[in-house]
Design a protein around this ligand. Structure first.
Ligand SMILES: [Zn+2]
Length: 213
């Protein structure tokens, strides 16, 4: 009998919560999917959605409070103060500070070089020394830029065959209506091919980009 290989999509959803988060949660429930939300502090009115996502079985991770590149990458101290800020927001919602984090721009970002030379090289070690683990991605839906829902489905699925474990980058910030439109089709594409959608936990495969600053 042929061995059945169970492939996993770790859907990661950044920059929320926002008015789009409820729709994303309902889609995930409809398809029986778990995901990971790397949250920011832009929309206090929607902070209760962090608890809602957690209660529905998703993983909560920290993105940053401000997502302000000029501030967070101005110094290690600024980065960690900002991380502590979003940690406090999440603790107010779910009772503890998660160890899962995602750097704005990913660990490979070079925009940080505009503010502090070498800061990513320092931070990737320092966050782990402080007990966090950072997650980059190996597939991007492209929804960080302006694209149609059709484009997002294409970007999110075109490289599927290259990976057994996919960490897929999407966003649920306020302007990302096209992400909500594309999400059911992205899920259907993978589920039809036998993938399951799981939330990140401490046993999960951890993709790290190469550091460029
Ligand atoms: Zn982001």
């Amino acid at each position: 009998m042929a061995e059945r290989i169970y492939e996993v999509v770790y859907l990661t959803i950044d920059d929320g919560p926002s008015e789009n988060t409820q729709a994303v949660l309902d889609i995930l429930d409809r398809y029986g999917c778990k995901a990971t939300f790397f949250v920011v502090g832009h929309n206090p009115d929607y902070f209760p959605m962090i608890k809602e996502a957690y209660d529905r079985g998703h993983t909560i991770g920290l993105h940053t409070l401000t997502h302000d590149y000029a501030y967070i990458y101005s110094s290690q101290q600024a980065y960690f103060e900002d991380l502590e800020g979003i940690g406090n927001v999440v603790r107010d919602q779910i009772g503890y500070v998660p160890c899962f984090i995602r750097f704005p721009g990913g660990s490979s970002n070079s925009i940080s070089e505009n503010y502090t030379s070498g800061i990513m090289s320092a931070l990737v070690g320092e966050v782990q020394a402080r007990g966090y683990q950072y997650y980059d991605w190996n597939v991007s839906s492209g929804d960080g830029s302006d694209h149609t829902a059709d484009d997002l489905v294409y970007f999110a699925t075109e490289e599927a065959s290259k990976y057994e474990n996919i960490v897929l980058l999407m966003h649920d910030s306020a302007t990302k209506q096209t992400s909500v439109e594309a999400l059911p089709r992205i899920i259907e594409y993978y589920q039809e091919r036998g993938y399951t959608f799981e939330a990140i936990d401490r046993t999960t495969f951890v993709p790290h980009h190469g550091v460029n600053n």
